[in-house]
Design a binder for this molecule. Sequence first.
Ligand SMILES: Cc1cc2nc3c(=O)[nH]c(=O)nc-3n(C[C@H](O)[C@H](O)[C@H](O)COP(=O)(O)OP(=O)(O)OC[C@H]3O[C@@H](n4cnc5c(N)ncnc54)[C@H](O)[C@@H]3O)c2cc1C
Length: 323
Amino acid sequence: MAERKVGTVAHWQSLSPILSIFRLMPEEGSPFPEYKAGQYIALRREDCRLTKRVMGEDGKPHYVPDLDEARNRKVGPVAHSYSISSAPFETAHDRYLEFYVVMEEAECGEPGRLTESLFRIQAGEDDKVGYVNRIVGDFTLDKRAAGARSVVLVGTGTGLAPFAAMVKQLDFEAAEGRRDDVRYTVFHANRSRAELAYHEELLAIEAAGRFDFVYVPSVSRPTAEDRDDPRLGAGRGNNVLRHVFDMPLKEEEAGEAALAKAVKPTLPRHLSRAGLQARCAPAETVILTCGNPSSMADIKHIADTNRIRYEKEDWKLVLPAKA
Ligand SMILES: Cc1cc2nc3c(=O)[nH]c(=O)nc-3n(C[C@H](O)[C@H](O)[C@H](O)COP(=O)(O)OP(=O)(O)OC[C@H]3O[C@@H](n4cnc5c(N)ncnc54)[C@H](O)[C@@H]3O)c2cc1C
């Protein structure tokens, strides 16, 4: 059994009211275990606002606030898994683990139990976060991309987290002279430019050209300023990928009403559809994706349609490790 430990949040970067990056320092005297880019760890807070399961009139289970006899909200521990967005070399050097998290919104409109507690840290509340001292998962390049000449990483929202770790680590290793002959392409989509975590860092890694890397950022609610930014594309991640592979938008397949609302996908101006298609020849490509479940389902459809190998990290189906 891996030990439970308590770390301290040392850095909190708010990207928007519901999106943040934070760094967790390990318990004093005990560095985090070694890990591979793409793996995850279980985090836990003790003061989460608890929910309970009730059967709705619709015959389906729902989660509602859990109240005590005096009708006060019950508070207690909740643990969940989180992909690590720091690269192993960063942890080896500076000891922290980094995370890219979104505040969950449950169906009843309530914030998620653990994320609500985590997001209170930025307001100066208790900065302690429990963790299981074990880093696990097989969503790593050696397990999921072995043999591919072209690796396409599609992160919707915080689904970029494992890919940020992979790209930073590849760049670090390339700077040390350790590089392979694989082409790496990252698609990252979020609602706004501010919510595109690691944007500047990924642009800098692409510009440095230490390994074969192309970065395709896009925003699904582009402002006029975003439209003027030559390094930024527009559209949801799945639709940008559909655009690359010459497929109709998902909304186009769903009917006209949905299409009217869809943002037409565009690429950063230095990239062309033909150039990206040439990088991602189906027979030698694997698409790895992580993030929003409905986007991932569509990305699988795109991969299947184009006969491309497909791998995903499913945040919904993996049971959280016990903490
Ligand atoms: C391998 C892995 C990696 C992940 N990486 C990240 C990451 O990098 N970034 C990120 O933001 N997220 C990540 N997640 C998701 C994360 O683990 C949490 O699920 C998410 O943050 C929501 O937690 P919460 O406590 O705020 O929400 P919850 O309160 O757990 O609510 C989430 C859903 O759980 C259900 N629920 C509510 N109450 C209960 C209850 N009492 N019992 C059972 N179910 C309930 C409801 O359907 C609700 O919509 C990852 C998940 C996995 C499995």
